[in-house]
Design a protein around this ligand. Structure first.
Ligand code: AMP
Length: 505
């Protein structure tokens, strides 16, 4: 009997007496303890009637016990379906209904509303809080031994719903081998070993914190400083005990804003990685100036796990996401025809490999639209490959602006805006325009204690950009709306600015 993900990530914990998880005050949980919890939770799931292939929806705070629940689901062969803790019960309702989950585990603080959600869809309901207590752990405490369920490499291990900024979100079906192959590649490429201590401040309802961070550490036999979230003071205090950190770009900009974050604090560190949103080349340079470290930027998504990475040895090139990982094929195609484009031309990034998901849960037509029969997945990201083979992301296809029939890639304009004096960062969006269909709008955030000079900025744009690409409207906002993973939410900006051209008439 086999269960490849259990064999690789869970079983080895049973023998480990060392602390696999370390909390903010230095208290540890041994591998054996984590293993015991995972197996008791697996027994509790099975005892409640869940069978392999059933979906387990969870909306709980990050904690060692929450990680044990993920590992318990792997052992029980149950499909893990983690949900953003910010979702309202109304939003959770969609995921439970769409996935036909057999059980929903939620925070006791929201028990009443979530219980009603579960009941509406015929799912069982259990609780677990941020300290790892609740009705499910209570059941687990009484559970007996558990024999892991048999699973094949192609069996589902998890369904992760896409963040769904356009339309309803879709459940990406990830198999055991999707997760395992990616963890193994990343362990090798990023040189993770049992001596590593990862500072883990990412959420575990998302692919970055759950699969990239946790699976890689579990696979390598290393340890994690497992924090409920990113708190600047805490991270600065704990960095001296870590060897590696995985972050979203906002982690690094926040650290750079603090004078305590310097060369001495992180001189001993082995690796910083960044992903989930673009890391500004400027942040990359500032980070190196301050610390002597070059952040290793990589690129992935819910549906594909990780696709590309800058090299561990060799040049980590700012503003790029590096090369396709071993086993991953990547090509740039014409979004209209699907034909492969020559290097240097921007187009749709398509990827194929053992990392690419099986399709969208019960949405065959969406799957057909995005996953070609030959296995290539249309990522929706527009990218370009430079003469040395480095991939850069120019933007999302859905962010492409079509103004007067011309295509405008926001990134091209954002890169210029970001360089202007007095500008901290920028975002460019298209909003309805009575003559052009869409009009280009730039949103600027001022650098601390400065005000961008809009006349000067317009002159700079006129010098470097064709007229149709120049923003027809520039707005200055206090900050850009971002989600938990640090991604700029352009849909919110478009909404906020949707009538600027209508009003100008
Ligand atoms: P998610 O499915 O939430 O992980 O979001 C995946 C999307 O995040 C990708 O399709 C990209 O648009 C974006 N993304 C991930 N990593 C990077 C990166 N290093 N640079 C730019 N965008 C990224």
């Amino acid at each position: 009997m086999t269960n490849p993900l259990y064999d690789a990530l869970v079983a080895p914990l049973a023998e480990r007496r060392d602390d696999v998880l370390i909390d903010a005050v230095g208290a540890g949980m041994s591998g054996a303890e984590l293993y015991g919890r995972a197996m008791r939770l697996a027994a509790a799931l099975a005892g409640a009637g869940l069978v392999p292939g059933d979906r387990l929806a969870v909306q709980i705070e990050k904690s060692p016990q929450a990680l044990a629940l993920y590992l318990g689901a792997v052992a029980a062969g149950v499909v893990f379906l983690p949900l953003n803790t910010a979702y309202t019960p109304e939003e959770v309702d969609y995921f439970v209904g769409n996935s036909r989950a057999a059980m929903l585990v939620g925070d006791p603080a929201k028990a009443e509303a979530l219980h009603a959600v579960a009941a509406r869809h015929g799912a069982r309901f259990q609780t677990m809080d941020g300290a790892g207590a609740g009705s499910l752990p209570d059941l687990a405490a009484e559970a007996g031994d558990f024999t892991p369920a048999a699973r094949n490499p192609d069996d589902l291990a998890a369904i992760l719903y896409t963040s769904g900024t356009t339309g309803r979100s879709k459940g990406a079906m990830l198999s055991q081998s999707n997760l395992l192959s990616n963890a193994e590649v990343l362990v090798r490429e990023w040189r993770f070993t049992k001596d590593d201590v990862l500072l883990h401040a990412l959420p575990i309802f998302h692919t970055h914190g759950l699969f990239v961070a946790s699976n890689v550490v579990l696979r390598s036999g290393g340890r994690m400083i497992f924090l409920p979230g990113f708190k600047l003071d805490q991270v600065i205090e704990l960095l001296p005990r870590a060897t590696t950190m995985m972050g979203v770009p906002t982690f690094y900009t926040r650290l750079l804003n603090d004078p305590r974050f310097d060369r001495d604090l992180v001189g001993h560190m082995r690796l910083f990685t960044s992903g989930s949103a673009p890391l500004l080349a400027e942040t990359h340079r500032q980070f190196e100036d301050r610390t002597g470290h070059r952040i290793l930027e990589r690129y992935g998504m819910t549906e594909t796990n990780m696709n590309t990475s800058n090299p561990y040895d060799g040049e980590r090139r700012a503003g790029t996401v590096g090369f396709p990982l071993p086993g991953v094929e990547l090509k740039i195609t014409d979004p209209a025809t699907g034909a492969t484009l020559p290097d240097g031309e921007p187009g749709m990034i398509e990827v194929r490999g053992p990392n690419v998901f099986l399709g969208y849960w019960e949405m065959p037509e969406k799957t057909r639209e995005e996953l070609r029969e030959d296995g290539f997945f249309l990522t929706g990201d527009i990218g370009v490959i430079d003469p040395d083979g480095y991939v850069s992301i120019v933007g999302r296809q859905k962010d492409l602006i079509i103004t007067g029939g011309f295509n405008v890639y926001p990134k091209e304009i954002e890169l210029i805006l970001d360089e202007q004096p007095g500008v901290l960062e920028s975002a460019v969006v298209g909003v309805p325009h009575p003559d052009f269909g869409e009009g280009v709008v730039a949103v600027l955030v001022a650098a601390p204690d400065s005000a961008p000079d809009l006349v000067r900025i317009r002159t700079a744009l006129e010098q470097s950009l064709a007229r149709f690409k120049q923003p027809k409207h520039i707005a200055v906002l206090p900050e850009l709306p971002r989600n938990t993973m640090g991604k700029v939410q352009k849909n919110l900006l478009r909404k906020e600015l949707e009538s600027v051209f209508a009003l100008q008439r």
